[in-house]
Write a protein that binds this ligand. Structure first.
Ligand SMILES: [Zn+2]
Length: 268
């Protein structure tokens, strides 16, 4: 079981809604960034995050064990945590996403690699983007950590959504890999981008949208987004670009949505 002090610090710096999750998870103190750099104190605004002395990327101060993360992303996550936070249901999100983000993502993806081609979305959530991509002529696959959600979205959209993490051992290569609100949750950042690179066709493109923040002011403005139990990294522009270079890939800013950059990534 976890030693007391870490959980005491987590409880003192998070909302009451997270306490049941803290109780069921185990954590270890983080010492190094994904880049190998030493983690040091960042700012009193973020007691649960540290800053890398080398690349400036932020890391959670206490990293959940892999087993704990698995529990966190089990079906209880969507159905209990989201209820606690009064989040929209999967069906509500399926409709609501069409009103803001989906048309923008569609425009970027159609421009990056027009159909027909093979596309996979890692962490596809309610599946609306895959549903729209399928209508547009793409050959679509999804991956989702939540088993119940994967089954529900497969049934609702007709797109095969696999339960688990990416890649499955029998995954082919894809021409488009879509990663929205996912990278910041991956414990092993270098493993994650190398796995993506291993399944990207020679001319393939990756679309990534995640929080990338270059100033303390911007970080404070978006502080509400960072759940320190699952939001493990906060990149800046330089650390984001450096990470993808570790996988032989180049990131170029393609646009912006919800005040966060959207990146197009390729082998060039
Ligand atoms: Zn670093």
């Amino acid at each position: 079981m976890q030693e007391a002090p870490i959980k005491d610090i987590l409880i003192a710096n998070t909302s009451a809604a997270l306490r049941p999750f803290i109780a069921m998870m185990d954590f270890v103190s983080a010492t190094n960034c994904w880049c190998g750099g030493v983690l040091e104190y960042w700012t009193p605004e973020f007691e649960l995050y540290l800053q890398c002395a080398s690349c400036g990327c932020k890391s959670v101060r206490f990293r959940p064990t892999d087993e704990s993360l698995g529990r966190f992303y089990s079906s209880a996550y969507w159905y209990e945590y989201q209820q606690v936070h009064k989040c929209p249901t999967v069906d509500e999100r399926f409709e609501g996403d069409m009103l803001d983000r989906i048309p923008h993502y569609m425009n970027w993806l159609m421009g990056l690699y027009p159909p027909p081609c093979k596309v996979i979305e890692i962490g596809c959530g309610n599946g609306r983007l895959l549903f729209e991509l399928k209508q547009a002529g793409y050959d679509c696959t999804g991956v989702e950590m939540d088993e119940r959600l994967a089954a529900l979205v497969t049934k609702k959209t007709g797109v095969p959504v696999h339960h688990g993490s990416f890649p499955a051992s029998n995954d082919p290569v894809y021409d488009l890999i879509v990663i929205i609100d996912v990278l910041e949750h991956a414990p092993g950042q270098i493993d994650f981008v190398r796995n993506v690179s291993s399944r990207l066709s020679s001319t393939g493109k990756v679309l990534v949208h995640c929080p990338v923040l270059d100033t303390l002011e911007a970080s404070v403005q978006f502080r509400y987004m960072f759940n320190p139990l699952s939001h493990l990294w906060i990149h800046n522009s330089a650390s984001f670009n450096n990470l993808w270079l570790e996988a032989g890939l180049t990131a170029i800013k393609a646009g912006e949505l919800f005040n966060m950059p959207v990146y197009a990534i390729s082998r060039q």
